[in-house]
Design a protein around this ligand. Structure first.
Ligand code: GDP
Ligand code: MG
Length: 163
C-alpha cells in the first residue's frame, strides 16, 4: 500500500501509545504482511481526508542492551526501506540518549522525509526542554503528547502534506 508512515525510536518513548491514537476507531491490519509482522504493527489512519498506513516498530524488542541496539538499528533500516515518511519519536523526559543519537545518525542519511516528534510534552515547561532536540541534527521538531493527543493535530497537518 502507498502512503506508509513508520514510527521509529528507542523503547519507551511512546511509539505504541502514539500509534494507537493514530489508528483509533480504525480497523487495524495486523499480520497482513508476511515476514515482518511479528515485531511490527500495521494500522490504518486518516487525516484531512487523506488515508495512510502506520507502522509501529519495535513491539517485541527484548534482551540485553546490545541486542536492543542491533534490533533498533534493524527496525529503523526496515522503516527507511518501507516507509514514505518516517516519524522519529523521542522523549522529552529522558532527553537525547546515546541510542537516540545513533538513530539520528542513520536518519540523517535518508532522503525520505523524516519528522522529529518530541513526545511526552505534557505541559509548557516541557515545551522549553524540547529545544535540546535541535541537536539531533534533523531540523525542526514537533512537540506532542501521545497520551493526551496534544500537538498531534499540527504534526498530522504537516505529515499529510508530505504524502
Ligand atoms: P514504546 O515502547 O515506544 O512503544 O512506548 P509506549 O507507547 O509503550 O509508552 C511507554 C511509556 O510512556 C508508557 O508508560 C506510556 O504511558 C508513556 N507515555 C506515552 N505517551 C506519553 C505522553 O504523552 N506523556 C507521558 N507523560 N507519558 C507517555
Ligand atoms: Mg511499543
Amino acid at each position: 500500500m502507498n502512503n506508509i508512515v513508520a514510527i521509529v525510536g528507542r523503547p519507551n518513548v511512546g511509539k505504541s501509545t502514539f500509534f494507537n491514537r493514530l489508528i483509533q476507531r480504525r480497523e487495524a491490519i495486523v499480520d497482513s504482511v508476511s515476514g515482518v509482522t511479528r515485531d511490527r504493527n500495521y494500522g490504518k489512519s486518516e487525516w484531512n481526508g487523506k488515508e495512510f498506513s502506520v507502522i509501529d516498530t519495535g513491539g517485541y524488542i527484548k534482551g540485553s542492551d546490545d541486542i536492543f541496539e542491533a534490533e533498533i538499528r534493524r527496525q529503523v533500516e526496515l522503516a527507511i526501506d518501507e516507509a514514505d515518511v518516517i516519524i522519529f519519536l523521542v522523549d522529552v523526559e529522558e532527553g537525547i540518549t546515546p541510542m537516540d543519537a545513533e538513530v539520528a545518525k542513520l536518519l540523517r542519511k535518508v532522503t525520505k522525509p523524516v519528522m522529529v516528534a518530541v513526545n511526552k510534552v505534557d505541559n509548557s515547561m516541557r515545551e522549553k526542554d524540547a529545544v535540546e532536540f535541535y541537536n539531533l541534527g534533523l531540523g525542526e521538531y514537533f512537540t506532542i503528547a501521545g497520551m493526551s493527543g496534544s500537538g498531534t493535530g499540527d504534526l498530522l497537518d504537516a505529515l499529510v502534506k508530505l504524502l
